[in-house]
Design a protein around this ligand. Sequence first.
Ligand code: GDP
Length: 300
Amino acid sequence: MATFGNLSDRLAETFKNLRTKGKLSAADVDGTVREIRRALLDADVALEVVKDFTGKVRERALGDEVSKALNPAQQVVKIVNEELVEILGGQQRRLEFAKKPPTIIMLAGLQGAGKTTLAGKLAKWLAKDGHTPILVAADLQRPNAVTQLEVVGAQAGVPVYAPEPGNGVGNPVKVARDGVKYAQQKMHDVVIVDTAGRLGVDAEMMKQAADIRTAIDPDEVLFVIDAMIGQDAVATAKAFQDGVDFTGVVLSKLDGDARGGAALSVASITGRPIMFASTGESLDDFEPFHPDRMASRILD
Ligand code: GDP
């Protein structure tokens, strides 16, 4: 994965050096941990996450599981892998469907994060799995957002609920509520509500998103974050967590050449699982997120 190319290479180099050694001294472990720390910081992983991660790796690497291992270097790689899986959220977390349909999924995130595209990707993926999703255009901030969602809906082969002119125009909370009601009437089993973002976090935008959350009481609130966002990831994720208390994270633009720090920080910082990864502009560039597979790819 392009996003983690550099980090991957750096870690591979670190482990290559380690493999030339037989038994590992405390100095060997410390040297390795220092290199891992630098590689993570250079990849824009948040400092608090790096500290926590390297602390755990160091403690385990200095313990019995490495000193008693047949191949100590291999054991260190295994530890790094396991701890990476942990910071990426541990177990894969699947969508929670409502016991009584429709399942309501709200999307939140900054403008340009990839929400509208994700709405289409998710809808297409769900439809393929036998669901009958509908999209709701509650992003009334950007002039083109409703049209863009309609285009995405058509591509996905999924209907879109959009405000009728004169009915709820300018009131995204009403549009979201009406959209959910419409979905119930039409027996759609999943409703995906697209909401407005701004280029930066602002109080008015967050209040609007929070009001929509209260009005529609979603089963899932997915926070979409652009992997390219770098060090801003932490502040943005925390602001959205305070504002809309999201239930899961979607990483978008993992196909880009970003350094990937956002991806590696967000689950750990917010305690919310990464549920999906978006890897391109086409609606098929989308997959459920598996922490273990991502860790293996990074340590490949
Ligand atoms: P929104 O403002 O959050 O609704 O973001 P959009 O869905 O409109 O996406 C913003 C831009 O990013 C669009 O040009 C999308 O085609 C593009 N985009 C979205 N997801 C991805 C992705 O995973 N990879 C790439 N390369 N581009 C993406």
